[in-house]
Design a protein around this ligand. Sequence first.
Ligand code: FPP
Length: 247
Amino acid sequence: MTKSKDQITQIPNHVAIIMDGNGRWAKKRKLPRIEGHRKGVNNVKKIVRHASDLGIKYLTLFAFSVENWNRPKLEVDALMQLLLRFIKSQTKEMKKNKIRLGVIGRIKELPSKVVKALEKSMDETKHFDHLNLVLALNYGSRTEVLDAVKSFSTAFKNNEESIDDLDWNRFSNYLYTDNIPDPDLIIRTSGEKRISNFLLLQGAYSEYYFTDKYWPDFHEQELSEAIESYKKRERRFGKTGEQVNTN
Ligand code: FPP
């Protein structure tokens, strides 16, 4: 449904991106896959800057899934190396631009050098709130649910929680995304139309945007186009169009 001018939705508060297609970007150019990831990291820097300029408050990037450990060791090692270099080189930039770094996922299972760099960077940027950059690392929605159930059960055993009072609001405190609002817009690059275990619960009412562009080619203009598409949509959260338009 096309909306009248006064109904135009605001810029999304939280944009989450499945950055897919680095490998195919490289293959198309007869380059090793790692080159695609390297280009992908450069693009992360540009998109973070653009998101910050647009006034987006939360940007979550799916950088490494729990399933990505199954890739060849050489590629996993290269991704960890790129990640480490990114955190170390970008912390200064984040501080300059008042960007706070956060993470979601089983972080402790990452190489200890990466864990240390993440913790240092998160600590040094914790007072900023111009943009919250959230890296999904060793992340998967199913492990997130399991971890949440385990934490809740421990709290229950310690008499800090009751079953009768359990509702979604309460349970969501145990997800990695506690204190992070649900994504308004979830983008996936590279032409694949699947969610791949990413923010399955938090994305219950998100708007989705799929583009054929490979991640290294998803530039500032493409992010702006995704946002324009989002702004034209009517979000109903289970209500009727009439209800939404009279409120
Ligand atoms: C998907 O492309 C991309 C990944 C699995 C990793 C994403 C990682 C980066 C962009 C770099 C690291 C990130 C940060 C924040 C420093 P793919 O390899 O699955 O591509 P393909 O499907 O074409 O093979």
